[in-house]
Design a protein around this ligand. Structure first.
Ligand code: GDG
Length: 456
């Protein structure tokens, strides 16, 4: 098995050295790789990280390879093409789109390096699994070098409507890059359909059911919704220290209801609109003053980009404005932290909260949603309709994050929900989150990979 992703699955800690990175992907795929033996190829993020690293060190059954990049390559490929072009367009955020030829040039160079590393590592019979929007050109490049390779892709963010995707000057080249695959996975059917429509309209490819017939081959395009490590979040949230901290947090908040939001500080996550909706809620329903507290955790992300710095200033300002206007006595309506927490600490928030406000303007899936359901006892989930998660978690209070009045009403619905209804909805949500578990997801995707492509 050869996995290629922008990031490596290990992180360095002072105490323990290299340990698995936090996050579903590393948790799910490291065991698979260890079982099958293989290679994980990623970008070298830090010059001190080894370019070749056997893992685990004492009895290695896999190797992490890191591709060194010059400062400019990294900036243009990662901050430029990946984060200023592909990220905004796939999330329908055209106001953040910055189209520069130099970004695409670096993207081609870096994708070629990844493909060369994969081809070097390849042994006949290997499965190749490429991840996400950083590496769209890689499948085609591998296909040219190894015509009979088994190549799959998993795309973690939305695939936008064809009419939005086609705005990209390189839309056809990037699509052709991905059509080097045998199998392409998305979170939900909507993205599958958008992709098929893009291939049909922009490349004139023939589509049969969920397959693209392309250059004498068949590319299967399927929905494989990703999950989380459910057992880990369930266990963490039951730990004595986590329970104690959750209670302490509730006491500190001086409120009957605790609402939480947890996101990377990213303009797709809808943090600002959420704060504005909460502000509107406080204006319209003074009876809730002193009784409801909203705690927003924003994890620093892509801090070198101006659009993220700007968002941070706007969020700071909104929090200040709301608290300046509404706070009284010991009640502070919005608590806001701009920092990274451990998973244990996140579970404290999940467990303490009565309501999670998860209202991205767009999100491929959104794992915080599933983590909240796994760790909460019977909290209410207010969830944006514009997330992949909303396609699966239909018992949430679903809301359009662009509709401020609708958001205000959703907050009210969540707070006033009868207890039986809350418990009933939560039971369904929990069942779905367990079914989505990331280990099952990996197993199902591997099974799909093993179906050999047929010649057409
Ligand atoms: C992309 C897609 C898709 C956040 N803050 C901290 C922290 N986190 C963890 C959460 C969660 C993860 O980061 C965020 O996952 P999301 O799914 O919510 O969002 P993206 O990062 O945008 O992920 C997304 C996902 O890929 C998988 O395919 O669902 O749609 O955009 O796990 O817990 N973790 C820790 N400290 C923090 O402060 N430890």
């Amino acid at each position: 098995m050869i996995i290629a992703a922008n990031r490596a699955p290990l992180r360095y800690t002072e105490d323990e050295g290299w340990v698995p990175a936090i996050g579903g992907l590393a948790t799910a795929l490291l065991p698979v790789l260890q079982e099958q033996g293989g290679v994980w190829i990623a970008m070298q993020e830090d010059a001190k990280a080894p370019t070749r690293q056997p893992y685990p060190p004492e009895a290695p059954d896999l190797e992490i390879q890191r591709i060194p990049l010059s400062a400019q390559e990294r900036t243009h490929y990662y901050l430029g093409m990946s984060n200023r072009v592909l990220w905004p367009i796939c999330h329908y955020m055209l106001q953040h789109l910055e189209l520069e030829r130099a970004y695409m040039e670096a993207y081609r160079t870096v994708n070629r390096r990844f493909a060369e590393a994969i081809v070097r590592a390849y042994r006949p019979g290997d499965f190749i699994w490429v991840h996400d929007y950083h590496l769209m050109l890689v499948p085609h490049l591998i296909r040219q070098a190894i015509p009979d390779a088994n190549i799959s892709f998993f795309w973690h963010i939305p695939w936008p409507a064809m009419e939005v995707y086609r705005i990209l000057p390189w839309s056809r080249e990037l699509l052709q890059g991905m059509l080097g695959c045998d199998l392409i996975g998305f979170h939900v059917e909507e993205y599958v359909e958008n992709f098929l429509e893009s291939a049909r309209y922009l490349l004139g490819a023939e589509i049969e059911d969920n397959r693209v017939l392309w250059e004498g081959r068949e590319v299967r395009v399927e929905a494989h919704p990703i999950g989380i490590d459910v057992a880990r979040f369930e266990q963490l949230s039951e730990r004595e220290d986590v329970r104690r901290e959750a209670e302490r947090l509730r006491e500190e908040m001086h409120a009957e209801w605790l609402l939480i939001g947890i996101d990377r500080l990213d303009y797709t996550k809808g943090i600002l609109s959420r704060l504005q909706a909460f502000e509107q809620f406080l204006k319209e329903y003074p009876a809730y003053h002193g009784r409801v507290t909203f705690y927003q955790v924003a994890t620093p992300s892509r801090t070198q980009l101006e659009s993220y710095q700007q968002l941070k200033r706007e969020v700071d300002e909104a929090v200040g404005r709301i608290n300046g206007f509404f706070a009284r006595d010991s009640w502070v309506p919005v608590h806001y932290r701009y920092r990274t927490y451990t998973q244990e600490e996140l579970c404290v928030f999940y467990r303490a909260a009565d309501v999670a406000l998860i209202t991205p303007l767009r999100d491929g899936m959104n794992l915080v949603t599933q983590e909240f359901i796994a760790a909460s006892r019977s909290g209410v989930l207010v969830l944006s309709e514009l997330t992949g998660a909303a396609h699966l978690l239909r018992e949430a209070v679903l809301v359009n994050p662009y509709d401020r009045d609708g958001m205000v009403q959703a907050i009210r619905t969540a707070l006033e929900m009868p207890v039986e209804e809350r418990i009933e909805r939560f039971r369904f949500l929990k069942r779905t989150v367990r079914e989505l578990d990331v280990h099952r997801w990996a197993r199902r995707f591997l099974e799909a990979m093993q179906q050999r492509p047929s010649e057409v």
